[in-house]
Ligand binder design. Structure first.
Ligand code: NDP
Ligand code: 8X3
Length: 251
């Protein structure tokens, strides 16, 4: 065992599942949070309860989050790395056609839950001279049609990461904002309300980022010497690039 502990939110699928497996495989203790208990149980079965501790709850529920943190087994209490990964996009409609409940769910998950967990763990992370990795998105930098509130939540995450770095000046705590582009996970299935063919169509022929790519990137970040801080990483598949501005004439 490395003796180190990582807490990964959204460890039941996509990036989070790949990150949890990568760190567990390489000797870290992993705390895995997500709603789907059966997925987390598979992670515990695969690596053993001494390596992976799982807690299934909705991270929008602050009371449940506090219970999960209070219930961490002794060996899992010294968190060295917090990976704020759980998140989602809901819908692809233009702002004027969007569902407010979906907007609120994205804000509650991608922003409110992320800052809550971060605040609760900051004393421990400062004590351990630990690290935080926030999974933001290129959608926080580049606007696109239908990105509206999802992109807004990720712009928040990107700027929160930068502000955390500043507030944590002198503590030794490292903060990295990871900004992936298109990645094939369950992301589009969730975004489209379970439309597998829409998801398959988006990724077809595009060679998107994989969960493993992001796990490998984070593994590199986490294992750099402690005097180095990677502030932000923007990563896209080669097949994706920004497409520029638009003009509506006589509007
Ligand atoms: P997935 O849908 O594959 O995974 C999302 C994870 O978040 C799941 O484990 C899910 O677990 C968890 N999650 C969602 N809502 C909640 C909640 N309320 N409480 C607890 N856990 C929750 O998507 P990705 O792996 O792609 O997404 C991971 C992160 O990466 C997200 O923040 C996303 O915005 C970001 N991202 C994704 C990109 C992509 O193209 N795929 C690109 C850039 C960033 P469960 O459902 O079991 O609760
Ligand atoms: C997900 C990447 O480009 O689909 O954050 O918004 S994108």
């Amino acid at each position: 065992m490395s003796g180190k502990t990582v807490l990964v939110t959204g460890a039941s699928a996509g990036f989070g599942a790949a990150i949890a497996a990568k760190f567990a495989e390489n000797g870290w203790r992993v705390i895995a949070f997500a709603r789907r208990a059966e997925r987390l149980a598979k992670l515990v079965d695969r690596f053993g309860p001494e390596r992976v501790h799982a807690a299934a709850f909705d991270i929008r529920d602050e009371a449940a989050m506090r219970v999960a943190l209070d219930a961490l087994p002794k060996d899992f209490r010294d968190v060295d790395l917090l990976v704020n990964n759980a998140g989602l996009a809901l819908g692809t409609a233009k702002a004027q056609d969007c569902d407010l409940a979906q907007w609120r769910q994205m804000i509650d998950t991608n922003v409110t839950a992320l800052v809550t967990l971060t605040r609760l763990l900051l004393p421990k992370l400062i004590e351990r001279r630990g690290a935080i990795a926030n999974i933001s998105s290129i959608s926080g930098t580049y606007p696109y049609t239908g990105g509206n509130v999802y992109g807004g939540t990720k712009a928040f995450v990107t700027h929160f990461s930068a502000n955390l770095r500043t507030d944590l000046h002198g503590t030794g705590v490292r903060v990295t904002n990871i900004e992936p582009g298109m990645a094939e996970t369950e992301f589009t299935l969730v975004r489209t309300g379970g439309n597998q063919s829409a998801s398959d169509k988006l990724y077809a022929g595009a060679r998107p980022i994989t969960g493993q790519d992001i796990a490998d990137t984070l593994w590199w970040v986490a294992n750099l010497p402690p005097h180095l801080n990677i502030n932000r990483i923007e990563v896209m598949p080669v097949s994706q690039s920004a497409a520029g501005l638009q003009i509506a004439r006589d509007a």
